[in-house]
Design a protein around this ligand. Structure first.
Ligand code: C2E
Ligand code: CA
Ligand code: CA
Ligand code: CA
Length: 278
């Protein structure tokens, strides 16, 4: 029994070592990725439901790994958050998204860009200053930038959050709550936050036409947002019947594979050119 116990221990410690090693490798590669320009942004179209027109896009981070190919954000954002690498990566994302959007605007397209901000990034003391610097450097009008924040990032220190949000709002930037409905469920904070838009998480959208609970949740979020004078985006729209439901409930904007997948900048440019002019 003693012998087996030792083997079990060795087995587990080996597995733990391997996992620690894999993490360490990922961290090293993430650091290198920034220096070697391995990150890219893809842009997913946002459609206005009333006019049926493209009104903007969400910037989504991709890692073009030299050996593993395209790596999605869910595979490295958590480690980037833990290690603090999300700070320089997040700045790169913001700068790149603002510069790209300005280029498209200069070609005559009126577009708003949504940029995901991690909790750790949002809580950096110089976050507001770095956003201001990037807007000044790229020349993007603040009213065409939207920061997407999660409920968890917002509710940790409410007083500080309100100060930060008010400073961003004071600069003319748009603010959205991402993955709405999945996080902290007290709605009372909503009236204290200067938020422009709620993005309904796609877990509620995926079954709005088959699950009556999800339909009620989505409908309620839309109604509540409107009574608080906030706009609503539905994420993860994959079928016409979801679009029909959302249109009936007067959801403001939609985003999802049914309309378009996230596109690399060159493809997004083609997508833009297909739109009828303003
Ligand atoms: P998110 O902000 O909720 O972004 C939407 C995610 O849903 C994206 O996944 C998008 O590709 C996916 N999606 C869009 N439409 C559909 C659909 O119709 N069906 C399905 N099944 N999925 C759809 P992605 O690009 O893998 O990003 C995952 C998450 O990673 C994002 O979720 C966001 O939380 C995070 N993320 C992405 N880019 C960044 C970034 O630049 N900074 C930070 N901090 N987080 C990021
Ligand atoms: Ca988002
Ligand atoms: Ca989301
Ligand atoms: Ca999400």
């Amino acid at each position: 029994a003693k012998e087996r116990g030792r083997n079990t221990y060795q087995f587990f410690s080996q597995e733990m070592n391997q996992r620690a090693l894999a993490r360490q490798q990922l961290e090293t590669q993430l650091r290198r990725a920034l220096q070697h320009d391995e990150f890219a942004l893809h842009y997913q179209p946002l459609i206005d439901m009333r006019s049926n027109r493209l009104i903007g896009m969400e910037a989504l981070l991709r890692w073009q790994h030299p050996e593993r190919g395209m790596v999605g954000p869910d595979e490295f954002i958590p480690l980037a958050e833990e290690t603090g690498l999300i700070i320089p990566i997040g700045e790169w994302v913001l700068r790149t998204a603002c510069a790209q959007t300005k280029t498209w605007q200069d070609e005559g397209y009126r577009l708003r860009v949504g940029v995901n901000i991690s909790a750790r990034q949002f809580k950096q003391p110089d976050f507001v200053a770095s956003v201001a610097t990037i807007l000044a450097e790229t020349g993007l009008p603040p009213a065409t930038l939207e920061l997407e924040l999660t409920e968890t990032a917002l509710v940790e220190n409410i007083a500080e959050t309100i100060t930060t949000l008010n400073r961003l709002k004071g600069m003319g930037i748009n603010l959205a709550i991402d993955d709405f409905g999945t996080g902290y469920s007290s709605l009372s904070y909503l009236k204290h936050f200067p938020i422009d838009r709620l993005k309904i998480d796609r877990t509620f959208i995926s079954e709005i036409s088959t699950n009556s609970d999800d339909a009620v949740i989505a409908e309620t979020i839309i109604a509540m947002a409107h009574s608080l004078r906030k706009s609503v985006v539905a994420e993860g729209v994959e079928h016409q019947r979801q679009l029909d439901f959302l249109s009936l409930k007067e959801c403001d904007e939609v985003q999802g594979f049914y309309l378009s997948k996230p596109l690399p900048p060159e493809t997004f440019t083609h997508f833009l050119r297909q739109q009828s002019p303003d």
